[in-house]
Design a protein around this ligand. Structure first.
Ligand code: AMP
Length: 305
């Protein structure tokens, strides 16, 4: 079943201790939509300026990503620039220019309104809510967020959380939003804000999933070569939500979400192997299946006898 993905579409400049690249296609929705497209057709919502490459629209078409919800307006595309420290975990935002994003009001084409699954990739919570306002009762809503919104638009974020089925956030954000040091407490407490499920990402240390009584913990795929961590979180969210949309059947069970967490982790592990979307662009279904299998073998152990 199709999934609606809304978020930022931008041009990034990324500096790691060994390389720097400018004007890379990025943005939370670009990563999330491409990742989800490995599992299910995507309806993309976003905005770009006149400087955004037309070739990306052709690429989206080739991946069954519908772009009738992407507004192209005159002006400059959203731009973000970040710099990583040697550990590739610590990142500093060097600059951000909202450009055409500043006056963005997502408007859903009528055919998008019935999308049963929704991924609200990282953008201002008010815009995420505005998308939900236009939808006919989606079956399952996944949302991602970031520290900026916890710090600057807390009330909007809390209003959104009451309408979300699964919230994805990273460990420092989970601590920040709950003022808890323990991630286990933080996960439980975030459920109290509204989402039935909460996924907490721990970067290279994996991710946690909380349900009402259920709990799941998975590692991250061990990689030797990480070139650019940008977009790993969005790719995780896209893979997870895309897998759920493709396999939900009658209901979204915790079992399904456990598998979806692994697919999200697998997709994210490919994302960081190259700058921008470069690795995901040439990724194959076989590579995904093989890495999922490796993940399983690495995490499996026998019951006590
Ligand atoms: P991640 O590495 O998963 O945190 O996501 C990085 C992507 O988020 C980059 O491609 C940026 O273009 C995008 N991004 C950075 N800041 C924002 C923001 N305030 N709103 C929306 N997208 C952003």
């Amino acid at each position: 079943m199709s999934i609606l993905v809304v978020g930022s579409i931008g041009l990034d400049t990324v500096k790691t201790p060994v390389e720097e690249h400018t004007d890379l296609v990025g943005g939370s929705a670009s990563y999330a939509a491409l990742s989800a497209s490995f599992f299910t057709p995507v309806n993309l919502v976003g905005i770009v300026g006149s400087d955004f490459p037309e070739s990306e629209f052709q690429f989206w078409k080739s991946r069954d990503i519908d772009t009738s919800g992407v507004q192209r307006v005159s002006g400059k595309t959203f731009r973000w620039s970040g710099e990583y420290a040697w550990d590739l975990n610590t990142r500093e935002t060097r600059s951000i220019a909202l450009n055409v994003f500043e006056h963005f009001r997502p408007a859903l084409p009528p055919k998008y309104r019935e999308s049963p699954f929704v991924l609200l990739a990282n953008i201002a919570p008010k815009l995420q809510s505005h998308v939900l306002d236009q939808m006919e009762r989606p079956r399952f809503v996944v949302a991602d967020t970031m520290d900026l919104w916890i710090e600057t638009t807390r009330a909007d974020l809390e209003a959104l959380l009451r309408r979300v089925d699964l919230l994805i956030l990273n460990d420092s954000e989970a601590r920040e939003i709950t003022k808890e040091t323990s991630l286990i407490r933080a996960g439980r407490k975030i459920r109290g804000f509204g989402p039935r499920y909460v996924a907490i990402k721990k970067g290279e240390h994996g991710a946690l999933l909380f349900g009402q009584k259920e709990f799941f913990s998975c590692g991250a795929y061990p990689l030797e070569d990480i070139h650019d961590p940008t977009g790993a979180g969005d790719t995780f969210a896209g893979g997870l939500a895309g897998y759920v949309a493709a396999h939900a059947g009658e209901k979204v069970s915790f079992e399904l979400l456990r598998k979806a967490m692994i697919y999200g982790s697998v997709l994210a592990s490919f994302c960081v192997e190259a700058f921008s979307l470069d690795r995901l662009r040439k990724l194959t279904e076989k590579e995904i299946a093989d890495r999922y299998q490796m993940f399983k073998l690495m995490s499996q152990f026998e019951a006590l006898t």
